[in-house]
Design a protein around this ligand. Structure first.
Ligand SMILES: CC(C)(COP(=O)(O)OP(=O)(O)OC[C@H]1O[C@@H](n2cnc3c(N)ncnc32)[C@H](O)[C@@H]1OP(=O)(O)O)[C@@H](O)C(=O)NCCC(=O)NCCS
Length: 137
């Protein structure tokens, strides 16, 4: 299956649609637009011209990088696409890590998705309210 990973083409409308399709809260389009504009990177997973997944990286672009909205449409889950999205974002963080020393890549896992991040080498840090994941480079 040939899938392209394309940076910063995600529209706010598609962002909202993918969120809602996979159980995230609906948000107003202007809010989504601002979030995309202020993020460091967003990546779209595209198969035969169809958007099938996405991921975002937010943070300060130097020390802290956070994964957000790693989403694969239900019919394409379990095929390794989520892994490729995360790796794409992590590669960007590594390449753009200005210090070249230790950088932290983290995120907040949705409940029940911790295993996905653990398989990618992230450590799950339960704090009782939400599950934080963190990987040192
Ligand atoms: C979580 C999500 C992004 C995973 O994407 P995916 O393309 O299905 O994941 P992959 O196929 O790359 O899976 C990689 C590995 O993680 C495992 N995995 C995936 N989801 C998992 C889960 N919820 N719990 C435990 N392991 C999981 C897979 O079994 C696979 O293991 P394997 O390599 O041994 O076969 C996808 O299920 C999704 O979009 N879910 C809805 C949105 C969501 O909750 N996103 C997370 C936000 S924090």
């Amino acid at each position: 299956m040939k899938i392209e990973f394309i940076d910063n083409i995600l529209t706010p409308e598609d962002f909202v649609r993918l969120r809602v399709t996979t159980g995230f809260a609906d948000i107003p389009v202007p809010h989504a637009r601002k979030a995309l504009q202020n993020g460091l990177l967003n990546v779209s997973a595209v198969k035969d011209g169809k958007l099938i997944g996405m991921g975002r990286l937010v943070g300060d672009g130097a020390m802290y990088w956070y994964l957000q909205e790693i989403i694969v449409l239900p019919e394409y889950q379990g095929l390794g696409i989520g892994t490729m999205i995360v790796n794409h974002l992590v590669d960007y963080a590594v390449k753009n890590s200005s210090t070249g020393k230790i950088t932290t890549i983290g995120g907040v896992s949705a409940r029940g998705k911790e295993g996905f991040y653990e398989k990618l080498g992230f450590e799950v840090i339960p704090n009782g309210i939400q599950w934080r994941i963190k990987r040192k480079l």
